[in-house]
Every structure is written in structure tokens, then in C-alpha cells.
Ligand binder design. Sequence first.
Ligand code: NAD
Length: 358
Amino acid sequence: MHAKFVLLPGDGIGPEIVTQGRRILEGIASRFGHTFEMSEHMIGGCAIDACGDPLPESTLAACRASHAVLLGAVGGPKWDDPKAKTRPEAGLLKIRKELGLFANLRPTKTWDELVDASPLRRDIVSGTDILFVRELTGGIYFGESGRKPHASGEEAWNVMTYTTGEIERVVRLAAEAARRRRGKLTMVDKANVLEASRLWRQVSEKVVKTEFPDLQYNVVLVDAMAMHLISKPRDFDVVVTENLFGDILTDEASMLPGSLGLLPSASIGSSGPGLFEPIHGSAPDIAGKNIANPLATILAVAMMLRYSLNMNAEADAIETAVNNVLKAGARTKDIAGNGPSISTTEMGDKVLDALLKG
Ligand code: NAD
């Protein structure tokens, strides 16, 4: 197969980790006989420096013409001035909007070898394997907002709005993912209080009952979910929820495995390229030192192949290679504890080697 990928290294450690992602794509192409065309473009702070725009038109055009986009990270102290005309993060928001990426997928999986780095006890967290599907373009972050004078000072408001169509498409996407995994779907809402949640519950139940009757389906209130996540995380397979609840729950869940450097994420729409990236930021404190953990980016490459191109065997091969490398004891500094550590490049070498050996 011939596929076209856009690589957006971005700022900080972005270029170092995306370089490792590129090597893994080259490894997959050679092992499975594909041709991958890859081009690099600017986003974030480096794009502001070069042309004053965190998402230049040329970058957006290249993304639109690709099968999928791999992003490193954007941002850093250099662009933090609150008086600046634009900020690196504006590039991220714009690319999500322009590509119509309405669902954010975040797998949260513990790795047995690293489970003792989790803030939770091994017997609670070991074996956790959850896929969060967060609605990304609706709800309170995009609803009407404002302020007006009030007797006590001011009054401020943000409105949470959802339509049937917005709920249907993300629930359908989550249900399809559940079918490919362990067949369990949990919808999280606050239907005892919020009208928008009551619409979520109604629409979600209809989609699942009519189109996915084979799934094991349940609903959980968001406050209860916050507790379940740290008391019985193994109970969940795919969890779908609206934007604000998803934002908070996915950050809570990202603590379970004990390392940010191992968690990938995908933002996808109904058609066109998806955006795949590690969940961590640009880590300016370690940029340029060749010590960043490239595994989250490498696992984002696996998600990219699985979700954008249906290349399940290729994605499995990458995940197995990462697993084997961790099992063999290879660690970058962030996950080494007091033990010895290897560099970003050496970790890339080891995963590539494991991938090519099959
Ligand atoms: P961060 O995730 O960049 O770093 C938090 C801590 O984790 C740091 O100590 C860092 O060294 C470490 N870390 C992160 N990724 C690592 C990796 N792969 N290997 C080893 N250690 C790693 O979060 P932050 O410090 O709050 O933010 C730094 C910059 O990144 C900010 O400008 C922020 O706006 C930006 N950011 C960007 C994104 C994105 O591009 N999607 C996401 C979050 C933060």
C-alpha cells in the first residue's frame, strides 16, 4: 500500500521524538512492503518564529492532502508571553477544527513491567486497559459564554450545548472501537442534573440498542466514574463521554500507568486525516538532550496505522515490539527509577530492531 503522512515535529522535544516515529514508519514499510511518503511541516512556536503563524496555510494544505498526521508537541517558555499576538497552542486548536476532528481517543494501559511506578497499588491498577473516547468539538467549551454586571460584582456563564447528530457520531465511533476490543461500552454523563446529559443518555441508548445490540453497555455518572477509575479501573473497556467530562477523566486516567511518556492519543473525524500524538507536552526542560522517552510517539504511530489505514497487523507489530523492549529492561530516564537509562535514539534503535526481527 502507498500512504502519505505529514509529520509535524513542533517544539521542544517534538523533533527528537518524531524522528523516532519516522524511523518506525520506515521499519513498518520495509517489513510489510508498503511505500510511505512522509513530509515534515511546521506548527506551533517554530512556525510563529518562521512566519508569525502557528499553523501556516502550507502546513494545513499538506495535512489535508495526507492520510494521517503525526504531531510531536508544541509550546515552550519562549512563546509564553501573555501579551504575544498568538500562541503555539492556537495552532493545535485550529488544526483540530479545520480537520473536523470530533473525537479524541486515549488508550490508558498499564505495562506490567512499569506498574510499580503507578501511584496506585499494583493489585488495583495492574491489567488496566481502557480506551477513552472524548467528544472534542462540542459542549461547554464551544457554547455561548459571557459576563454581565451583577449586584455582587459580575455574573459569568458558559452554556453546554449538544445536538443529536454530535452525540450519535461519537457514540457510534466508540461502539465500533468496543466491537474491535472486549465488547464493553460505558457512557459517562450527569443525567441526574444536566439536560444536555439527558440527551446524551437518550441518543446513546438508541444508537447502541439499534446498531450495536451485541455490546455490553452501561451508563455511569461522572462523579461515580471519578471514583471507579481509581478503585476498579480494570472494569472498563471503552468509555465514551462529552468534552468537559472527558477532559478531566482522561487526565485522571493518565496517572494510572505511572508515566506520561508511554501514552498516545488520536483525534479523528468522520473522513479525512486524523491527528496522532503523544499526550505529553514539549518538555522544554529536557529538550535537545536526547533523553526524552519516544515510546508515546511510537505508540501514536501504531494508533495512526490502526485507525487511519486499518493496518491492524502493522499496529500490533509496533505494540509488540514496544512490549518486548520494555520486558527486556530498556528504560529512558523518565521510567528508569534508580536504574540505568538509555537515550531517545537508543530506545528508537531497540524498538526498530525488535520490530524488524518480528
Ligand atoms: P510536559 O508534558 O511537556 O512535561 C511535564 C513533565 O514531564 C516534564 O518534567 C517533562 O520533562 C516530562 N516529560 C514529558 N514528556 C516526556 C517524555 N516524552 N520523556 C520524558 N519526560 C517527559 O508538560 P508541561 O511542562 O506542563 O508543558 C510544557 C509545554 O508543552 C508547555 O508550553 C505546554 O503548553 C506544552 N504542551 C503541549 C501539548 C501538546 O502539544 N499537545 C500538550 C501539553 C503541554
